[in-house]
Design a protein around this ligand. Structure first.
Ligand code: AMP
Ligand code: MG
Length: 397
């Protein structure tokens, strides 16, 4: 049986990269950048006044100076015309020509048309001047393709003068539950029925990660209905995330229906707990299909462990290395499979984070996930992982 790492590799080999679109800057929050952002100009683009005060020439110090003029941010630069003078300047203004020092307003008194400096005022070259190009030079690579556009990257793109940005298109996603026993929240539920919860969990996780084009549907365990609806979704979506119907029961119809529809099975089953029946395949259209096991813990773990990283990969996201964390208590594992153990993040006395195991009562016990932050991955090997063991950590969001 495949290991989770084998499954990652096969998913990666079978994913399509999403196309690029050009969006107005204001619509790019959370998008994945598909071009490099270079500095449009030196940053700062001119010798920038860094304090409200007076600008003067440091080589002609004097205890008091006459104010020649006032220059605000956005004004074209003035020129200091004579000795014994200074120019009143505001933060963000261009340093007037002939000046190389700004004395802040707190350090002088204004009397008549002049300023008198407090004793000990430092008159030094480049004091309170943010020199042109001291942050970055024109043409410097500021943000590389593959980055996610968060607030800092959006600010940088704006500063580079980009009104539109080339980003990955949002994938068209369909999240589909299967199962005759499932009943919508809000509908009356009979004793032998189950609330439909997996799709709500997965759709909300997708939305938290910025995916907006998410369709949601429910299918009964009926081969003809599944055939017709999955055919439609395969034609109209980039990725299908199915929950349920991939195990060995008589009504676990998903793999057979997908096969009828020409979806090539890439793998079925991964040596892991929970989530062993995980199914993955690719449609003739190129659409990727994830068949997640229906047990709620399995489905959310498999979504977080495989589907989300795959989606980020298809967006061209350069990503971050997986997080790692130390166990806050020993964990005993049974079968020789990779175990995914839900954890709560806590801190030790020195403020270092650790993962406190929060075992569930099996893969159906999703109520135990409340308050957990994600899960750790424990590959087969030792029977007991000691407290302090450092391993991979996956966050729910
Ligand atoms: P299956 O993988 O279809 O055999 O389902 C395994 C278990 O998960 C069964 O107990 C189902 O009732 C339950 N289940 C399947 N889908 C969902 C869902 N969308 N929400 C909640 N429970 C589900
Ligand atoms: Mg089912």
């Amino acid at each position: 049986m495949l290991t989770p790492a084998d499954a990652d590799l096969l998913i990666g080999q079978n994913l399509q990269c999403l196309p690029i679109e050009s969006l107005p800057l204001a619509q790019c929050a959370g998008a994945v950048l598909r071009e490099n952002i270079y500095a449009e100009r030196d940053q700062p683009p001119f010798d920038r006044v860094a304090m409200d005060g007076v600008a003067l020439a440091s080589h002609t110090p004097a205890a008091s100076l006459r104010i020649q003029a006032t220059q605000a941010a956005g004004d074209a630069p003035l020129t200091l015309t004579g000795r014994g003078q200074c120019i009143e300047v505001m933060t963000g203004a261009v340093l007037p020509a002939g000046c190389d020092c700004v004395v802040p307003v707190e350090e002088y008194a204004v009397t008549g048309g002049g300023v008198t400096f407090a004793p000990g005022t430092r008159i030094e070259a480049w004091r309170n001047v943010h020199r042109r190009g001291s942050d970055t030079r024109q043409g410097t690579l500021l943000v590389a393709a593959g980055a996610r556009l968060r607030a800092p990257e959006i600010a940088i793109a704006a500063s580079a003068g980009m009104a539109r940005i080339r980003v990955s298109s949002q994938p068209m996603l369909a999240v589909i539950s299967t199962g005759n026993e499932l009943v919508e929240p809000g509908e009356p539920v009979l004793a032998h029925q189950i609330r439909r919860s997996n799709v709500y969990a997965i759709v909300s996780a997708l939305r938290e990660h910025g995916f907006q084009r998410v369709a949601d549907e429910h299918l009964r365990d009926d081969a003809a209905e599944m055939h017709e609806r999955l055919h439609f979704h395969l034609e109209t979506h980039d990725v299908l995330v199915l929950s349920g119907g991939v195990s060995a029961g008589r009504f676990d119809l998903v793999p057979a229906v997908l096969q009828e529809l020409g979806v090539r099975e890439v793998f079925h089953h991964v040596a892991q707990r929970p989530g062993k029946p995980l199914w993955f395949g690719v449609a003739p259209s190129g659409a990727a299909v994830f068949g997640l096991p229906g047990n709620p813990v399995s489905s959310l773990v498999c979504y977080t462990r495989y589907v989300l990283p795959a989606l980020l990969g298809s967006l061209g996201h350069s990503g971050r290395p997986p997080e790692r964390i130390a166990l806050g208590a020993p964990v005993k594992i049974g079968a020789p499979l990779t175990h995914f153990m839900p954890v709560r993040l806590e801190q030790d006395d020195w403020g270092r984070p650790w993962a406190q195991p929060a075992p569930t009562n099996g893969s159906g016990d999703f109520t135990a996930l409340a308050g957990t932050d994600g899960f750790v991955e424990l590959p087969p090997g030792p029977n007991t992982y000691p407290k302090g063991h450092v391993t991979r950590f996956y966050r729910w969001s």
